[in-house]
Design a binder for this molecule. Structure first.
Ligand SMILES: Cc1cc2nc3c(=O)[nH]c(=O)nc-3n(C[C@H](O)[C@H](O)[C@H](O)COP(=O)(O)OP(=O)(O)OC[C@H]3O[C@@H](n4cnc5c(N)ncnc54)[C@H](O)[C@@H]3O)c2cc1C
Length: 461
C-alpha cells in the first residue's frame, strides 16, 4: 500500500465527516466523495442552497445541536479536504473507484478507503404499495427535510422502528394530519425491551416524548398490526389493516408512509472484495468489520450505518475510529486514550442497539401474507408468485439463481429495494432461515448512470 495517495472517504454524513476531520487533524488531505449536493448525510441532510431557509431547530428538532456541530465540523475543514459533492461512486475495483459527476466519468485511485455510505429504508411490499401516495418512511422524511413539503394532507404511518414514531411526530409538528401510527410490533415486546433501553435514558425519553406527543394530539397508535392493502384508484385513499385481534379495519388517508427499519448500503464494500457475514440483529448480510472499522480487505475501512445499523451518534464515533485505524496502519502515532474512549462509547451504543432491535422486531411473518400477484421488484415487474414458483419448483435455492430466473434485483435499483423481500420469500418458501438463501452479489453500476459514462470509462482503462 502506498501512502502517496490521499485517503478517500465515500459519504459526507456524520461518519464520513468525523473521519475526514480526524485525518485532517493528522495533516492529511482526504478526498470526500458524496452524491448529495451538500454535506450532512441522511439525518443531518441540508435543504438545497438558496430560497428555502428554515432554522435548524425546525429541521432537526432535538438533534439541532448535533446537526449544527457536524455541519460546522465539515465547514471548518472544507479548505483542507478535496470535497466532491454531487459525485456518485458507481463502482469499486481493487485500488480504484469509478465516479460520475455532472455527467462526466473519472477513475479515482486509492490506497486507503473509508466507506461511510449509510443506509436506506427496508421495505416489504403489501397489496397497493405501488399506488401513488404510498411512500417509504425515509422518503417521506426527505420530502419534509429537504423540500419542505409533506407527502399528503392526511398521512398513515405503518411499519416498525424508531423512525416510524419520529417521522409521524415530525409530520404532526409540521401541521400535517396524522391518520394513525400502525406499528407491527406487539405492545408487549416494546414493554419488555424498555428495561434494556434504560441504558440510554435520553434516547428512550425522546422516543417516549414522540409517542406521548402523538397521543396527546389525538393520534391513534395501534400495535401488533399487519397491513391488508392500500386502497385507491388514481391515488391511495385508505389503508386497510388487521389489528392485534385479527379484525380487519380501514383508515382513510391520502398518503401512507411505511418502512421496517433500515438496510445498510453495502454494494461498494462488496465490490471492494470485503468478506460478508449474516447479522441476526440487522437480519442482513453485512461486510465484516473489527471494532476499529477495518474490513477483511487491507486498506478498506467501514464506518457508520453502511457497516451495520447503529444510528447517527455511533456513526460519528465509528467514523473517527476508522480514521484512527487508518492512521495507525500508515504507521502514524496513535492517540490511545481517544481510541479507548471511542471503543467504550461504541460498545455502550451496541448494547442499546440490541435492546432497540428487541423493541422493534422485524415482522418475519409479513412475507407470508404477500399475495402472489403483488409486485415485489418494481424495476423489472416481478411478482411474489414468480419468486415463490422458482423456489417451489426447485430451480432456485439461493438469491442469485432466483435473480437470474426471475430478474428480481436486476433492474435500476440493483436489488437495493427488493432484495430483502426476495430473501424473505425464498427462505420462507424453502423453509430455511434468511441467511440460508445467501445474498445478491453487487454488480456495477450500483446506481443508474448514462450509457456514455460506461463508454468513457473504457477509454480511461
Ligand atoms: C432516509 C433516512 C432518514 C433518516 N432519518 C433519521 C432521523 O431523522 N433520525 C435518526 O436518528 N436517524 C435517521 N436515519 C438513520 C441515519 O441515516 C443514520 O443513523 C446516520 O445518518 C448514519 O450516518 P452515516 O454517516 O453512517 O450515513 P449517512 O448519514 O446516511 O451518510 C451517507 C452518505 O453517503 C453518501 N453515499 C452513499 N452511497 C454513495 C455512493 N455510492 N456514492 C456517493 N455517495 C454515496 C450519501 O449521499 C450520504 O450522504 C435516517 C436514515 C435514512 C435512510
Amino acid at each position: 500500500m502506498s501512502e502517496t495517495l490521499p485517503p478517500v472517504i465515500v459519504g459526507a454524513g456524520p461518519a464520513g465527516i468525523r473521519a475526514a476531520e480526524r485525518l485532517v487533524a493528522a495533516g492529511l488531505r482526504p478526498v470526500v466523495v458524496d452524491e448529495a449536493a451538500r454535506w450532512g448525510g441522511q439525518i443531518y441532510r441540508q435543504p438545497p442552497d438558496g430560497g428555502f431557509t428554515r432554522p435548524k431547530k425546525a429541521l432537526y428538532g432535538f438533534e439541532a445541536g448535533k446537526a449544527d456541530a457536524v455541519h460546522r465540523a465539515m465547514a471548518a475543514i472544507r479548505d483542507r479536504v478535496d470535497y466532491r459533492p454531487r459525485t456518485l461512486v458507481w463502482n469499486c475495483e481493487a485500488g480504484a473507484l469509478d465516479l460520475l459527476c455532472d455527467g462526466a466519468s473519472e477513475a479515482l485511485p486509492f490506497s486507503h478507503l473509508i466507506l461511510a455510505t449509510g443506509a436506506t429504508d427496508r421495505v416489504l411490499p403489501f397489496p397497493g404499495w405501488t399506488l401513488p401516495g404510498v411512500f417509504t418512511l425515509g422518503g417521506s422524511q426527505v420530502a419534509l427535510k429537504f423540500q419542505g413539503c409533506a407527502v399528503g394532507r392526511r398521512v398513515a404511518f405503518l411499519g416498525t422502528g424508531p423512525l416510524l414514531y419520529l417521522v409521524a411526530y415530525q409530520y404532526l409538528k409540521a401541521g400535517v394530519e396524522v391518520a394513525g401510527v400502525f406499528d407491527t410490533t406487539p405492545f408487549a415486546a416494546q414493554a419488555r425491551a424498555t428495561a434494556g433501553m434504560l441504558r440510554d435514558a435520553a434516547t428512550l425519553a425522546k422516543g417516549l416524548l414522540y409517542v406521548g406527543w402523538l397521543r396527546a394530539h389525538g393520534v391513534p397508535i395501534h400495535n401488533g398490526v399487519r397491513p391488508v392493502r392500500a386502497e385507491g384508484a388514481e391515488r391511495v385513499n385508505a389503508l386497510v389493516w388487521r389489528d392485534a385481534q385479527g379484525q380487519e379495519r380501514r383508515t382513510s388517508c391520502d398518503a401512507v408512509a411505511f418502512g421496517l427499519g433500515l438496510r445498510s448500503e453495502t454494494q461498494l464494500a462488496d465490490l471492494a472484495g470485503c468478506r460478508f457475514r449474516f447479522d441476526e440483529a440487522d437480519r442482513a448480510w453485512l461486510p465484516e468489520r473489527d471494532g476499529a472499522g477495518r474490513s477483511s480487505v487491507p486498506g478498506v475501512y467501514l464506518a457508520g450505518d453502511g457497516g451495520g445499523i447503529s444510528g447517527a451518534d455511533a456513526a460519528e464515533l465509528a467514523g473517527e475510529r476508522a480514521a484512527l485505524a487508518l492512521l495507525e496502519d500508515l504507521g502514524r502515532p496513535m492517540d490511545g486514550k481517544r481510541v479507548k474512549e471511542l471503543d467504550g462509547r461504541l460498545s455502550r451504543i451496541a448494547a442499546f442497539r440490541r435492546s432497540l432491535s428487541a423493541a422493534f422486531p422485524f415482522p418475519a411473518d409479513w412475507a407470508d401474507a404477500i399475495a402472489d400477484d403483488t409486485m415485489i421488484c418494481r424495476c423489472e415487474g416481478v411478482t411474489a408468485g414468480a419468486v415463490r414458483e422458482v423456489a417451489r419448483s426447485g430451480q432456485a435455492r439461493e438469491m442469485n439463481r432466483a435473480k437470474a430466473l426471475t430478474r428480481a434485483g436486476m433492474g435500476r435499483c440493483q436489488g437495493r429495494m427488493c432484495s430483502a423481500t426476495t430473501a424473505e420469500l425464498l427462505s420462507r418458501t424453502l423453509g430455511t432461515s434468511p441467511d440460508g438463501v445467501g445474498r445478491l452479489r453487487a454488480q456495477p453500476p450500483i446506481k443508474p448512470l448514462p450509457v456514455s459514462a460506461g463508454a468513457e470509462r473504457r477509454e480511461v482503462a
